[in-house]
Ligand binder design. Structure first.
Ligand code: C2O
Length: 494
């Protein structure tokens, strides 16, 4: 692997040189030179690339070990989730829909990567990332489609292993998540899209947290999600990890090192990937350095919300058919909504709470707001506000931990503005079930389990700097300061 090593050094050095020329004051050269591993973009990587050859070699070796051995493939997958019986340290501990989504998965990948290094005997190995956000990488990477390879996994949804299936751009779109300055809203937005969508649209084992990590594609997907954490922070504008939250900083988990020994790790150990964990991502901007011990540089931004309109209708049930719900009477609320929709500081949020299903529905719903009744739903239109997919939170059969219903917040300013312009009498919420693209065309798979939405609210939020210690909030729930609840007449759905 000598020449592999040389090439990596070269890329790292070249990156540092380029930044020096640009003269970025944020850039700390010591970090770049100190981080020996670079997680490479898989775009264009062929099956003979040393990174994939070593990954295969390690998987093969790990599959020979019994599932009780922490270095085995089964054990590593079981740390995320498993159907295997038996209870071993750290099994079924993945975090979803909680403030620890990014941190838990960062630790998980870090130890997994060290184990792959050992099991492949490739000491320079670093986990590559699958950048499906890039238009050229929306199919399953070819080396994972080859049935003779350890990277292949038979239990994937229809079309993925033949190269027929792919993601549409809006199905793997980080724009909404990235737009939030508040950590919890940003993480939760990116967890939903692209993270959950990548899982659910692929289906098969990947579609369920209990089985997902058995598929080798899981880890290169998560390498990309971990990269998005760095990219979210690098946007600046007040974005920061929630360092004023003591439980977040001190949350610790158990994993296994490459010798099979248990190790504890806490959030403070993993904030600076290059410095603390020795890796950077290929072509990422300078990593933002967050420090647990530093006196907190206030302000930290939080999203503060207030319910504007509560839809009093019955729970909404999503199934095979499109569902339309008239959530707001615009004759009554036009005056109130117009200035909010145009505001640069007020964020109108369409919120779905107490969202749940018995089992994984196997489908993601496109969500539209204010679409004129005669118009065809189009995810490229301003009425498209996002996607609703259940991966872990909200699924009753996903057993580890306590059951939590799922929550969704969609930015709605643009859709509401368009709806007001088109002079409709009511603001209609529309759900359309969707599958991946098959041969480039939209598909609509069968809904495996209906979804029930308990609560629909239109809220107004503002991202505000908070001084001092901010009280903890329940996982995955918006910080709501209830004030006025404007009642509207009950509208019957449909
Ligand atoms: Cu813990 Cu992508 O799943």
């Amino acid at each position: 692997m000598k020449n592999h090593f040389t090439r990596r050094r070269f890329i790292v050095t070249a990156g540092a040189a380029a930044s020096t020329v640009l003269g970025s004051s944020l850039f700390k050269l010591d970090t770049v030179f100190a981080a020996p591993y670079m997680r490479r973009n898989m775009g264009g990587m062929t099956a003979s690339d040393p990174v994939l050859v070593s990954y295969r070699k390690a998987i093969k070796a790990m599959k020979m070990l019994p599932s009780s051995n922490p270095l085995s493939w089964d054990y590593q997958a079981a740390i995320h989730g498993t159907l295997l019986s038996g209870s071993y340290t750290a099994w079924n501990t993945c975090e979803h829909g909680t403030p620890y989504f990014w941190s838990w998965h960062r630790m998980y990948l870090y130890w997994f990567e060290r184990i792959i290094r050992k099991m492949s005997a490739d000491s320079s190995w670093a986990l590559p990332y699958w950048d499906y956000i890039s238009a050229s990488q929306r199919h399953l990477p070819a080396p994972f489609q080859d049935p003779s390879s350890e990277l292949y996994f038979s239990n994937r949804g229809l079309g993925w292993n033949t190269g027929a299936a792919s993601y549409a751009g809006w199905q793997v779109d980080p724009t909404s998540g990235n737009s939030f300055v508040d950590y919890f809203s940003g993480q939760s937005g990116l967890e939903s899209n692209p993270h959950d969508n990548v899982h659910i649209y692929m289906g098969g084992a990947m579609g369920n947290p209990t089985t997902a990590a058995a598929d080798p594609i899981f880890y290169v997907h998560h390498s990309n999600i971990d990269r998005l954490w760095n990219l979210w922070l690098a946007q600046g504008g007040g974005r920061t990890d929630p360092l004023s939250t003591a439980t977040w900083k001190n949350k610790s988990y158990t994993f296994f090192d490459e010798n099979g020994n248990p190790v504890n790790m806490k959030t403070c150990d993993i904030l600076r990937a290059a410095e603390q964990l020795n890796y950077t991502y290929e072509s990422e901007p300078p990593q933002v350095k967050e420090y647990c011990l530093e006196i907190i540089r206030f302000p930290i931004y939080y999203l503060i919300q207030e319910i504007l309109i509560h839809w009093p209708g019955p729970p909404v049930e999503l199934n095979q058919q499109e569902v339309s719900v008239p959530v707001v009477n615009l004759k009554e609320f036009r005056q109130r909504l117009a200035p909010l929709a145009e505001s640069k500081t007020d964020i109108l949020l369409l919120e779905l709470d107490n969202v749940e299903a018995e089992r994984p529905p196997g489908v993601v719903w496109e969500v539209y707001l204010g679409l004129p009744p005669n118009a065809a739903p189009n995810p490229e239109s301003p009425f498209f506000i996002g996607t609703l997919g259940l991966f872990a939170a909200g699924i009753r059969s996903h057993t580890h931990g306590n059951f939590k219903p799922a929550h969704f917040s969609f930015r709605a300013n643009r859709a509401i503005l368009e709806a007001l312009r088109s002079n409709q009498e009511e603001l209609r919420l529309l759900f359309v079930p969707s599958g991946p693209l098959i041969d480039g065309k939209p598909s609509r798979p069968k809904v495996e389990a209906p979804v029930r939405i308990g609560t629909v609210n239109l809220s107004v939020g503002r991202e505000k700097p908070q001084e001092g210690i901010v009280p903890e909030r329940p996982p995955n729930e918006p910080r709501i300061e209830p004030k006025i609840q404007l009642k509207i007449d009950p509208n019957k759905p449909k």
